[in-house]
Design a protein around this ligand. Structure first.
Ligand code: NAP
Length: 358
């Protein structure tokens, strides 16, 4: 993809915020460059793959404009042939089937829309930045540097793990943070699985996994869910989902050959009680996300929760003039695709105004 000597706007990140910023910047004739991220094992492990968190969810029911319908026909006509294979077959549905939009399909459509208006892309990670001088410098994983008059940070957030040693040992051998990526594996078929967390992700994962597993146990550290009422009532009425309240996973049991075989669950109300042992073929961790700010290495001010700080109320400005922020990397409250997409549009408009005065 051809690069400019100095880009007008470099957009870092390829989730709904990044692509939405690109659509707006491209339509403002800024010819944006999106640094999409690299498809590496490290990014898979860290949960920072291109196309963001949305691409790892199943059906997205709350994104406006996508009621159930014959999505397969739309996807087949809107997307390039070589990108269709990125999507799981379920995203297209059976011929004539009316389905909702898959997370990965939604991001692919947004990407295509940005490209249609002249957005350019690079499939590398940004590994460092220098925002202390103009033009800004963004160092990439292929050892090249992008110079840019403005930048939009839209790197999202990544998986929060439990942080116990046995979790590390069994990652990719029964421990996962992506139900959609791993749930259909034969290792979980007709066997019990555990989902940790009490938020929307945990319940959505449990519902998805219950299709394959004999039973999905939701282990939550309290006796009250954080999840929305709609998801909670659906999960509670699903006979294949069982809640284990006031429990945390204190250890994951197993061996190198079979992977995960069970968990020990501590009682959060009575830590002295001996942990309960539960047989399971897998542990799906769904306890929230962490903003992806490592590559900034202190170049932008952060909030107390580790998000990029927005320095002007209701705007996308950061602590560096000319650097704007969008999506979950700056949002520890809403964390919704629609909110991320909207903030991407705002960031592009703020960048456009900044460039007009550059
Ligand atoms: P979340 O809402 O932050 O929930 C995280 C859950 O994990 C909470 O129940 C929390 O317990 C628990 N938890 C956190 N740290 C833990 C630890 N160390 N050990 C055990 N449990 C721990 O995260 P999320 O479920 O990923 O959702 C993120 C955002 O995406 C939310 O805004 C959600 O609404 C949205 N989302 C929406 C949909 C949808 O609309 N279909 C689907 C998925 C996600 P406490 O409750 O005790 O804090």
């Amino acid at each position: 993809m051809s690069r400019k000597e100095i880009e007008n706007v470099a957009i870092v990140g390829s989730g709904p915020a990044g692509w939405s910023a690109a659509i707006y910047a491209a339509r403002a004739a800024l010819e944006p460059m999106v640094i999409e991220g690299a498809l590496t094992a490290e990014n898979q492990e860290a949960g920072t793959l291109p196309m963001g968190q949305l691409a790892t969810t199943t059906f997205v029911e709350n994104y406006p404009g996508f009621p159930v319908g014959e999505l397969g026909t739309y996807l087949n006509t809107a997307l390039d042939e070589e990108r269709k294979c990125v999507l799981p077959p379920e995203a297209f549905g059976e011929s004539g089937e009316r389905i909702g939009v898959y997370g990965a399909a939604l991001v692919e459509l947004t990407r295509r829309q940005a490209l249609n208006f002249g957005t350019r892309t690079i499939e590398e990670d940004v590994v460092g930045v220098d925002f202390s001088k103009r033009p800004f410098e963004l160092r990439l994983s292929d050892d090249t540097t992008i110079l840019a008059k403005s930048a939009i940070i839209a790197t999202g957030a990544s998986v929060r793990w439990l942080g116990i040693p046995s979790e590390e040992r069994f990652k990719n051998n029964g421990v996962s943070a992506c139900a959609v990526c791993d749930g259909a594996s034969p290792r979980f078929a007709n066997r019990p699985i555990v989902v940790v967390g009490g938020g929307d992700t945990a319940l959505e994962d449990a519902e998805y996994l219950a299709k394959f597993a004999s039973k999905a146990f939701v282990v939550h550290r309290r006796d009250e869910l954080r999840a929305s009422k709609a998801l909670a009532s659906r999960a509670k009425s699903n006979p294949k989902i069982e809640f284990l309240w006031n429990r945390v996973v204190s250890e994951i049991l197993g061996n190198d050959e079979s992977g995960v075989t069970g968990v020990l669950l501590a009682n959060t109300l009575n830590p002295d009680e001996p942990p309960m042992e539960l047989e399971t073929s897998g542990v799906f961790v769904a306890i929230g996300r962490r903003p992806n700010v490592g590559f900034l290495k202190g170049s932008l001010e952060l909030t107390e929760h580790g998000c990029v700080k927005r320095t002007v109320p209701f705007r996308t400005n950061t602590s560096v003039p000319g650097v704007f922020v969008a999506g979950d990397v700056a949002d520890d409250r809403y964390r919704q695709a629609i909110v991320a997409a909207a903030s991407g549009a705002c960031a592009a408009m703020d960048a456009e105004r900044f460039l007009a005065e550059f």
